[in-house]
Design a binder for this molecule. Structure first.
Ligand SMILES: Nc1ncnc2c1ncn2[C@@H]1O[C@H](COP(=O)(O)OP(=O)(O)OP(=O)(O)O)[C@@H](O)[C@H]1O
Ligand SMILES: [Mg+2]
Length: 296
């Protein structure tokens, strides 16, 4: 940030030559310089934090305004023209209000979840279970709804992959990734969900043949509210990937993306099969011996 250039380090004798020949002026020691550097660094980071918070708040208010405006519009129409409106029109506006309220609820709970950071706050409750089954269930639930427009493929060399994970958090993360694959391939196409065990880790890939992600956006995708420049009218608030990353980080995993514009996108997630004791610290699993479901 402006006005916060780092002071140059002192030479061997630890004295500032500009001060050493000036007995009237107080000496600036290396410790003073380090202190100033540290204060400037703190100031810079506080400013960045404030800027991030401001940006986030303005994004939230922007995201909330769209559904609120839509609710207001439907309400006004119902209030003023209810008698002239047909039964069908009334039903459409009531449906719209219900839908927009659901969207508002979703945004608010996503923002609340993103503000949580510790395993306790996120209610991290890992259990040892079959990750492959969870993945197949998620894909099948999307296939049920979108089988007319997209072809879904589930690929795995294994029949079962036992791992330690929080089912609720991972289901949400992976559902957003499959949901994105569907949403961002409006012309349809193949959606491939692959999972395999590689050593002590599970590797998951979710690939589509959709609109792709502009190169300028890839560095910011996992930041809350960031959306690609090519989304057009496709709905979304840019929170899903931030939440997915938060859940994957909590498991000690990793998420990467590769994409080609108008060709498709692939997300690759790597998860450890066993959670380290460090990751479990603070989770309910260790907090309460009665809930310990992971085998030692
Ligand atoms: N499979 C994909 N293909 C193309 N673009 C994608 C894909 N997945 C994510 N993106 C881009 O990343 C952005 C962030 O995705 P994210 O899931 O966080 O938010 P969203 O889908 O816009 O909204 P929501 O909060 O409802 O998930 C999207 O807006 C889109 O630009
Ligand atoms: Mg999404």
């Amino acid at each position: 940030m402006q006005n916060s250039r780092r002071l140059p380090p002192l030479q061997n004798d630890q004295r500032d030559p500009a001060n050493s020949g000036n007995p009237g002026e107080p000496e600036v020691t290396e410790t003073d310089r380090l202190l100033v550097d540290r204060l400037l660094e703190k100031l810079r980071s506080e400013r960045q934090q404030r800027a991030r918070k401001d940006r986030c708040l303005s994004m939230i208010s922007h995201e909330l305004r769209t559904p609120l405006a839509s609710i207001q519009l439907s309400y006004d129409l119902l209030a003023q023209y209810s008698e002239q409106a047909t039964e069908e029109e009334r039903r459409r506006h009531l449906d719209n209000i219900r839908q927009q309220v659901a969207t508002l609820n979703e945004i608010v709970s996503d923002v609340v979840d993103l503000s949580k950071s510790t395993p306790e706050e996120l209610d991290f409750s890992p259990e040892r279970r079959d990750l492959l089954t969870l993945c197949r269930d998620i894909l099948e639930s999307f296939e049920l709804i979108h089988h007319r427009t997209h072809q879904f493929h589930f690929l795995s060399p294994q029949k079962e992959i036992l791992a330690e994970f929080d089912q609720k958090l991972l289901r949400r993360a992976l559902s957003n990734l499959v949901g994105n694959a569907v949403k961002y391939s409006p012309a349809g196409g193949d959606i491939r969900f692959g999972i395999q065990r590689v050593g002590q880790r599970a590797r998951i890939t979710i690939a589509d043949q959709g609109i792709g992600i502009p190169a300028d956006d890839t560095d910011y995708l996992f930041l809350a509210f960031h959306r690609g420049g090519n989304v057009g009218a496709l709905p979304g608030s840019g929170l899903g990937l931030a939440i997915a990353k938060q859940a994957i980080d909590l498991h000690g995993g990793d998420i990467q993306v590769s994409s080609e514009l108008n060709m498709g996108t692939t997300f690759q997630i790597t998860l450890p099969l066993r959670l380290s004791a460090e990751l479990l610290t603070g989770s309910r699993l260790l907090a309460s011996p009665t809930s310990a479901k992971i085998e030692a």
